[in-house]
Design a protein around this ligand. Structure first.
Ligand SMILES: [Zn+2]
Ligand SMILES: [Zn+2]
Length: 563
C-alpha cells in the first residue's frame, strides 16, 4: 500500500498538449535550446528532451510533432494599430498599386464584388493619386483610402461631398486639405490631421462590426505567429476588447496605448486619425484614469500606456532635426515645445502611465530622452519601475545613444521601415535629405543594444505587414555604412526583440516572452528551422501552428499534428 501510494505521488499528471521533435528556442536568460515542451491548461509545465516530455503524455494529451522546425515563444509585436489594420483587411488590397490604371482596376473590381457595402474603405497604396483617379470607377459609392504610410487619405468626390468639403473648407492645424494648384479645388488628398475632416462622414461602426474586425485582425496575427500586441488606438476600442475578454473570445493579448490627445478623449471614434490640437491637461489625464479603472489589467488586456506624437517624417521634411535638412533650410517642427512635452511626460509618469513617444528626427528623439530624464528627476520612481519607450528613431545623434541604457528607455523599432537603408537607390534619397552621416545614423538599433539598451521590435501594422519575415530580414541584412558601426542584428537579438525583451517592455516578463515553466503557453511553430534558414528576403515567415493560451488557434492548411 505504502509503495503504491509512493508510485502514485511520483507519477506526474499528464499534459494537455505536448510539442516534441522541435528546435525549441526557449528565449530564457541563457538562450537554451530544447526539443520539447508540455502544456497544462494555459501554462507551460515542462521543457526538455523528447524522452522527458513524452513521460507527460496521457491518453488525452494532444501531441504535436514539430518535425525539426523552430518552436518559439509567440511573437510580441510592440507597435500595432489594430483597427486600422483590420479596416485594411476588409477593403480592396492596394499594396501592389502603383498607377491610376491599377488603382481603378482593384477598386472597381472590389466595388463590383461587394454591392452590400455603403462605404468603400481600404488603404496601403504608395503613390500620388487624386479623387479624379478614383471617380471613373466608383459611381455613387463614397470611397476613402488610407495611404500606406498612414500620413494621408484619398477620398473620391462622393466621399468629399458627404463630408461637406468644398474649395473654401480651411485646413486644420497640423494638417492640410490638398488643393489643385490650377483650379484651387480640393484634390481629395487629406494630409495628417485633415484626415479627420472626411472621416467624420463615415457611418458609425456597430459593436458587431468592430468585433468582426477584431476577429479578422486576430486571425491575421495568429497566421504571423503574433500572440501579443501593443495596440495604439483610442478609448472606444477598449469596450470591444473588454467585452470579448469577458466572454472568453479575445484570442490576442492586447496592451493598449492611448493617443495623448486633447479635449474629451472619449469623443474619439475608433479608426480616427491624429488629433487636431496637441495639448493634454490634468483634466484629460483624469479622464484617462477613469478609462484605466474601467478596464482592469489582466493577462489578456491592459490599459497602461499613452502615445505622444512628436514629429512627422523625413521624406516630407517634417521630422524634427537638430540641424537643417541637407536639401532644404528648415529643421522640421515638433508638435510640442520642450516645456510642453516635459510637462506632459512628467504628468503621466507621476500618474504611473508608461509612455511611448513617436520620434523620427534626431531632435525629436533628444527631446523625448530629455523629457524622460526630467520626469525621472522630478517624480519618485514608481513601484514597478519605469519602462518608457521611443518609437521609430529614423535619425539619432550618436551622443544620445548611451542615454537609452542610462535612462532605461526602450528603443522600439519597426525594422521593416528601414528597408530603404538596404536599397542603394532609396538610400541615395535619404542621403539627399539628411546627408550621408546623419542618414547612416538612422535606425541605430545595434549601437543602442551594444551600449546596454533594450530593443522592442514590431511592425506598425498596417503601415507594413504583421508578418515579421521581411522586418527580420532587414535587420539581419542591414548594409554597412562605414565609418558608422555596423547595425546588423543577429537572429537571436531579433528574436529576443519579439519575445523576452518585448515582454519586458510591457511589464509582462513574468508571464510572457519565453518558453519556461510557469509562463503562459503562447507558442509558434514555424514551417522551417529559422536558425538554419534565417529570413533573407522579403518573404513572409511561414507559420505551421500558433498556440495561444494553451490552445491551437492557427494551423496552416495541410499541416497535421503527427506524421
Ligand atoms: Zn508612430
Ligand atoms: Zn504607428
Amino acid at each position: 500500500m505504502a509503495v503504491a501510494l509512493g508510485l502514485m505521488a511520483a507519477a506526474p499528471p499528464s499534459a494537455d498538449l505536448i510539442v516534441v521533435n522541435g528546435k525549441v528556442y526557449t528565449a530564457d536568460a541563457s538562450h537554451k535550446m530544447v526539443s520539447a515542451l508540455a502544456v497544462r491548461g494555459n501554462r507551460i509545465v515542462a521543457t526538455g528532451t523528447d524522452k522527458e516530455i513524452e513521460k507527460l503524455q496521457g491518453a488525452k494529451t494532444r501531441v504535436i510533432n514539430a518535425q525539426g522546425h523552430s518552436v518559439l515563444p509567440g511573437f510580441i509585436d510592440s507597435h500595432v494599430h489594430m483597427l486600422a489594420g483590420a479596416e485594411g483587411l476588409e477593403g480592396p488590397n492596394l499594396s501592389g498599386v502603383r498607377n491610376a490604371a491599377q488603382l481603378q482596376k482593384v477598386v472597381g473590381e472590389f466595388i463590383a464584388a461587394h454591392p452590400e457595402l455603403t462605404w468603400i474603405r481600404g488603404g496601403g497604396f504608395y503613390a500620388d493619386f487624386t479623387r479624379h483617379d478614383l471617380d471613373p470607377v466608383t459611381g455613387d459609392k463614397p470611397v476613402l483610402l488610407m495611404a500606406g504610410d498612414g500620413h494621408s487619405m484619398l477620398a473620391n468626390t462622393k466621399a468629399m461631398k458627404l463630408a461637406g468639403i468644398t474649395k473654401d473648407t480651411p485646413s486644420p492645424a497640423g494638417g492640410e486639405i490638398a488643393h489643385d494648384p490650377v483650379t484651387g479645388e480640393p484634390t481629395g488628398v487629406f494630409l495628417e490631421t485633415a484626415q479627420s475632416l472626411v472621416q467624420r462622414a463615415l457611418p458609425v461602426q456597430t459593436t458587431a462590426d468592430l468585433e468582426r474586425m477584431v476577429r479578422e485582425a486576430t486571425d491575421e496575427a495568429h497566421k504571423a505567429g503574433v500572440t501579443t500586441i501593443v495596440n495604439v488606438g483610442h478609448p472606444p476600442e477598449l469596450a470591444i476588447y473588454d467585452g470579448m475578454r469577458r466572454r472568453g473570445e479575445l484570442k490576442l493579448r492586447i496592451h493598449n496605448a492611448l493617443w495623448l490627445t486633447p479635449g474629451s478623449p472619449t469623443e474619439f471614434r475608433p479608426g480616427l486619425g491624429f488629433p487636431d490640437v496637441f495639448t493634454f491637461s490634468e483634466q484629460d489625464a483624469d479622464v484617462f484614469e477613469g478609462i484605466r479603472r474601467t478596464y482592469p489589467d489582466n493577462e489578456l488586456m491592459t490599459v497602461n500606456m499613452v502615445k505622444i506624437m512628436m514629429d512627422g517624417v523625413i521624406e516630407s521634411h517634417t521630422a524634427a532635426m537638430l540641424k537643417p535638412y541637407a536639401d532644404e533650410p528648415g529643421v522640421g517642427e515638433t508638435n510640442y515645445t520642450p516645456a510642453e512635452l516635459n510637462r506632459a511626460i512628467s504628468m503621466m509618469d507621476r500618474r504611473g502611465w508608461q509612455i511611448m513617444t513617436h520620434a523620427l528626427g534626431d531632435r525629436a528623439v533628444r527631446m523625448a530622452l530629455d523629457g524622460y530624464q526630467v520626469a525621472e528627476t522630478a517624480n519618485p520612481a514608481p513601484a514597478r519601475g519605469r519602462r518608457h519607450k521611443i518609437e521609430h528613431m529614423e535619425s539619432v545623434d550618436p551622443a544620445d545613444i548611451p542615454r537609452f541604457a542610462a535612462l532605461g528607455v526602450i528603443a522600439s523599432f519597426q525594422t521593416a521601415h528601414a528597408g530603404g537603408m538596404n536599397d542603394p537607390q532609396h538610400r541615395g534619397q535619404r542621403w539627399r535629405y539628411l546627408g550621408y552621416e546623419r542618414s547612416a545614423w538612422g535606425f541605430p538599433w545595434k549601437s543602442i543594444k551594444d551600449a546596454g539598451g533594450r530593443l522592442a521590435l514590431g511592425s506598425d501594422w498596417p503601415v507594413v505587414s504583421l508578418n515579421p519575415g521581411y522586418a527580420m530580414s532587414v535587420a539581419l541584412n542591414r548594409l554597412e555604412n562605414k565609418p558608422i558601426p555596423d547595425q546588423k542584428l543577429t537572429l537571436t537579438e531579433i528574436l529576443d526583440g519579439y519575445t523576452r525583451d518585448g515582454a519586458y517592455t510591457i511589464f509582462e516578463d513574468k508571464r510572457l516572452g519565453s518558453l519556461e515553466v510557469g509562463k503562459l503557453a503562447d507558442v509558434v511553430i514555424l514551417a522551417d528551422d529559422i536558425f538554419a534558414k534565417p529570413p533573407s528576403s522579403g518573404a513572409d515567415l511561414v507559420v505551421d501552428q500558433t498556440i495561444f493560451d494553451g490552445q491551437v488557434v492557427y494551423r496552416r492548411d495541410g499541416v497535421a499534428d503527427r506524421k
